[in-house]
Each structure stands twice: as structure tokens, then as C-alpha cells.
Design a protein around this ligand. Structure first.
Ligand SMILES: [Zn+2]
Ligand SMILES: [Zn+2]
Length: 282
């Protein structure tokens, strides 16, 4: 008999990390790279010396010690996204995903919530979204308004709005302030793991120079502030960062580079315990 745990390990584009007694899965929804034409600084363009920077489009899944599944973002959906295929290969039934935390309402993060007919793909999940993000989409006249309308109609009362600094969901995940990339962009903190969404898009550029933004950022000043805040918090509190656009496996630790920037290193489970309750388990 093949144990489910072994089949989980075999899925290409999925990397598994012990997370205390839970398991964290980094799942690549789609490959991605950032054209240098997208980089910006306040008031102008930033000239990167290479045509592209490595990126990725990732979602993160936690299987708790009790067998509950908690998903962070849902990827692109449609033809570009591979999350559904990967969940199937991992033998994770969609109805068993009970909670979905959304970092922000951009198509590469919420596209996987609905199928092509607008039907919810997660029939039992509660969908946690920042009230500020909901308000901004509701007030906008661009396509995010339409995206949000479809999601809110499809999931109805299963949408669970929260505010910054709230503790959210069954595991009391903290909703840290992360505005800047979008008005209600949220960085979730679960033990010593930060699920940091789009706090950056191109690690090769923005770790060393957090002041660099991309065309996708809503307010450059606030996006830079959030990026620095996430990176400095990770240094000060010895946290691990999972990023939606960090090259796979999308999970890093960071140190200061001594020059107002940071150096990232892929997280290695052997070198540090990743835990939802670090105080209890160490
Ligand atoms: Zn985004
Ligand atoms: Zn994104």
C-alpha cells in the first residue's frame, strides 16, 4: 500500500516542509519572470542590467496535524494555473480545504477561486479577505470591481472579512498590515512563518534594493514601507518568509546586507525549526 504522504512528495512543482506538527506545501501555480520594463522607482524607471529577473507564481497549503487543509491564495486559475491539477495529484480533495486566506485581490491570487463558469471551486471553504481590500475593489471602476463582484456573489456568506491586526481563522493567524501593493494587501503571520503575498516580485532586485517597485504596485511609498517592514521583522524576530513570487520553493530566510538592504537564502528545514507555535515546541 502506498501511503498518501509518499504520493504528496512525488508531485513536481510542490515542495514540502515540516511546520511543527503540521506540514507546509509550497506549490508552484505557474512559472513566471519579471521583465526589466516593469521595475520602477518613485518618479521614474529603474534600469535593471538583465532583461528579466526570476520570479514564480506560488500558493501555499498547510495540512494541520489534525488533517485540516488551509490554503493561502489560489493562483491564476483558468488555463494558466496548475493548482487544481497539483491538488489532485497530491490527493487533496477540494471539499477538504476548509479555509482560504487571500493576501489581496489580484487575478494571480484569486483566479483559482472560481471555475470558468463562475462556480466556486472550493465548496466548503471559508474565504478570508481584508475588509480594506474588499472596500477598494467595490469602489474601483476597473476590472477588479468585476472580479470581486463575481467572487462575492459566488461565495456569498462564506466570505469572511477581517481587519488588520485581527487574529483570523481557526488557527488564530495574525493579519499583519501590508498595504502598498494594494490597499488591503495582507501579510499573514502563523508562528514563525510570514505568508507575505506580493511584498516583492523579483527577489534578485528587491531584496538588495527594497526601494525598487514594479508597475503592479498601487502606492510605491507604502509598498516600499511594507517590503522593508516584512524583511526587517523577519531579521529581528528570526522569521521565515513564504512569498507568492519568490522563485520556487518560495520560502526564504533573510539577513541584513549591511547596506540598507537584505540577502535572502532558501529556507532549509535542517537549519531552523519552522513552527506554528515556536514557543511551545522549542
Ligand atoms: Zn498582486
Ligand atoms: Zn501577484
Amino acid at each position: 500500500m502506498v501511503l498518501a504522504a509518499f504520493s504528496l512528495l512525488a508531485v513536481e512543482g510542490v515542495v514540502e516542509f515540516p511546520f511543527g506538527k503540521h506540514v507546509l506545501y509550497a506549490i508552484q501555480d505557474a512559472p513566471s519572470r519579471m521583465s526589466r520594463d516593469l521595475f520602477r522607482v518613485e518618479g521614474g524607471k529603474f534600469k535593471y542590467n538583465k532583461p528579466f529577473a526570476d520570479s514564480s507564481c506560488n500558493v501555499f497549503l498547510v495540512k494541520t496535524k489534525n488533517g485540516r487543509y488551509v490554503l493561502f491564495d489560489t493562483g491564476n486559475g483558468g488555463k494558466r494555473g496548475t493548482l487544481l491539477k497539483k491538488l489532485e495529484e497530491m490527493e487533496v480533495p477540494l471539499f477538504q480545504i476548509q479555509e482560504i486566506f487571500i493576501t489581496h485581490i489580484h487575478p494571480d491570487h484569486v483566479g483559482g477561486l472560481l471555475d470558468e463558469r463562475g462556480i466556486p471551486l472550493f465548496p466548503k471553504a471559508l474565504i478570508y479577505i481584508n475588509q480594506k481590500e474588499i472596500d477598494a475593489c467595490t469602489a474601483s471602476i476597473n476590472k477588479m470591481n468585476k472580479t470581486w463582484t463575481l467572487i462575492s456573489q459566488a461565495y456569498g456568506r462564506r466570505i469572511m472579512p477581517f481587519n488588520y491586526t485581527d487574529r483570523v481563522g481557526r488557527d488564530n493567524v495574525i493579519a499583519n498590515v501590508g498595504a502598498g501593493h494594494t490597499p488591503g494587501h495582507t501579510v499573514f503571520q502563523w508562528g514563525n512563518l510570514l505568508l507575505a503575498g506580493d511584498f516583492l516580485h523579483a527577489a534578485a532586485v528587491q531584496l538588495a534594493k527594497p526601494e525598487i517597485c514594479t508597475d503592479y504596485d498601487w502606492k510605491f511609498g507604502a509598498a516600499v514601507k511594507t517590503r522593508r517592514q516584512v524583511l526587517q521583522q523577519a531579521v529581528d524576530e528570526n522569521l521565515v518568509i513564504a512569498g507568492c513570487h519568490l522563485p520556487m520553493p518560495g520560502v526564504i530566510t533573510v539577513t541584513s546586507n549591511g547596506k540598507d538592504g537584505y540577502v535572502g537564502k532558501y529556507y532549509e528545514a535542517e537549519s531552523k525549526i519552522l513552527s506554528p507555535n515556536p514557543d511551545e515546541e522549542n
